[in-house]
Design a protein around this ligand. Structure first.
Ligand SMILES: [Zn+2]
Length: 450
């Protein structure tokens, strides 16, 4: 009998331990571990992107050690976790702050990586890019299929977010189910991919809900992705884009948005060109995972030399294309940033159009980079459209409805420090939860749940 067992009603019940390892003191490097008897299941191993990019800037990232990444706060600290107990590592979706640390951390474990087909493809590409050979096998686990361990049944439940094949992870134990819903929104009219499978979620007797709190302060419902598609369509229908170059930048992983852009380009009779390595990575992964194959409709420029060579020709036919370029955060080496700084053989003229189908991720670096980029575009007389975008995170009203339907016994906010966790805790209080069932966490907290 483990030390964490409790005597209740004359017999022993094993406590479930929830280790909150990363993403509880900051936004980023998400990692949580659920311990059931002698098994541990890891949920996400993410990067803290700002810290990671700083290291990238100052080092050859291929030669960076796990220790350097940990010291700089780029990856979660798993030093106190009993690695011999780990039976599965499960990324919830293909965003770097949720699965980007796997290539640097997985070798310390001896457990399969359970992933949807799309996340598997992207993860493999990321590891290859870094010249890292993954020690553990990535096993594909389709949405809504079960995986059994000695003490648990694991299911990946479809959910909507800003990247395809995002899942809520359900770990069912003798005591009940632990639900890991970290990055999701409730979208009943997504433009691509599965809807949130609420019917499946309702079936569980939920002992604990580990839940995204990133937008829990925003007292609204997050709009559907179909709203972002409508915004793009309206822009293309109402603005006069004739004789102008059109450049759009969005999140490379946002396959549904890329599909909407392609749809709009087709409607005005233009070809679509994707430019940039990260776009290629996600688009190729979507094709390999058989989600969507853009290659019949889209031209792709991936590498530096290829981009330079081809853009020279494209520049002569500039009004025949909608160009999708990396760089919506103003990243220094991204394609849009280079276009604005005249570093590519494609000249931007006054009245050309740049559309940001994104928001600025609010950190110091992005705000500075993006404002520099906008200034350069303004100096050139470019027409800029911003925030043609909707969020991928559930806001307060969605979260309240979600918790009311799921009725978890315990609630553990994730994806932010205490000040952000407070917003989800307050939803719990509004729904009548008492303090003993609402749990603040720091990185390294261990919750013992009965
Ligand atoms: Zn995400």
């Amino acid at each position: 009998m483990s030390a964490c067992s409790a005597r209740m009603f004359g017999f022993f019940i094993n406590m479930i331990k929830i280790h909150t390892l990363g993403g509880y003191d900051e936004v980023g490097r998400n990692m949580t571990a659920v311990e059931v008897e002698d098994e541990i299941i890891i949920l996400d191993m993410g990067l803290h992107l700002d810290s990671y990019i700083k290291i990238q800037d100052s080092n050859q990232i291929q030669h960076v050690t796990k220790e350097t990444l940990l010291k700089s706060g780029a990856i979660p600290d798993d030093n106190n976790l009993d690695k011999s107990k780990v039976v599965a590592i499960i990324p919830s979706h293909a965003h770097l702050d949720h699965f980007g640390a796997i290539p640097y951390m997985e070798a310390a474990y001896d457990a399969p990586i359970l992933s949807t087909p799309f996340a598997k493809e992207v993860l493999t590409k990321i590891a290859n890019d870094q010249n890292i050979k993954l020690k553990n096998k990535i096993k594909t686990l389709e949405e809504n299929k079960q995986y059994k361990t000695k003490h648990t049944t694991i299911e990946l439940i479809s959910v909507t977010h800003s990247v395809i094949e995002t899942v809520i992870v359900a770990i069912t134990t003798k005591q009940g189910t632990i639900i890991y819903a970290n990055d999701f929104k409730i979208d009943v009219t997504p433009t691509f991919g599965s809807k949130t499978d609420m019917e499946q979620l309702k079936k569980f007797n939920i002992i604990a809900l580990i839940c995204d709190c990133i937008k829990a302060d925003l007292d609204e419902e997050t709009p559907s992705e179909s709203v972002a598609k409508n915004m793009l369509e309206e822009l293309f229908e109402t603005q006069d884009f004739a004789n102008k170059a059109i450049i759009i930048s969005t999140f490379s992983s946002h396959i549904a948005r890329l599909q909407s852009i392609l749809h709009c380009a087709k409607k005005i009779g233009r070809k679509t060109l994707f430019v940039g390595r990260s776009l290629a990575k996600y688009v190729e992964a979507a094709a390999c995972a058989e989600d969507i194959n853009f290659f019949a409709d889209v031209e792709m420029l991936k590498y530096g030399d290829q981009i330079k060579k081809s853009l020279k020709h494209i520049a002569e036919k500039r009004t025949e294309y909608v160009i999708v370029a990396t760089g919506h955060q103003g990243e220094p080496n991204a394609v849009l940033t280079k276009l604005a700084a005249n570093k590519l053989p494609f000249k931007l003229f006054p009245n050309d159009v740049v559309i940001f189908s994104s928001t600025v991720i609010p950190n110091e670096e992005n705000i500075k980079n993006r404002s520099q980029l906008e200034e350069q575009l303004e100096q050139k007389g470019i027409t800029v459209f911003k925030d043609i975008h909707v969020s991928g995170h559930a806001a307060r009203k969605d979260l309240k409805a979600f918790i009311s339907i799921l009725k978890p016994k315990h609630i553990i906010p994730a994806h932010g420090p205490r000040a952000m966790q407070k917003n989800l805790i307050s939803i719990g209080k509004e729904l009548g939860y008492s303090d003993e069932f609402l749990h603040y966490s720091e990185n390294g907290t261990v919750h013992e749940i009965i």
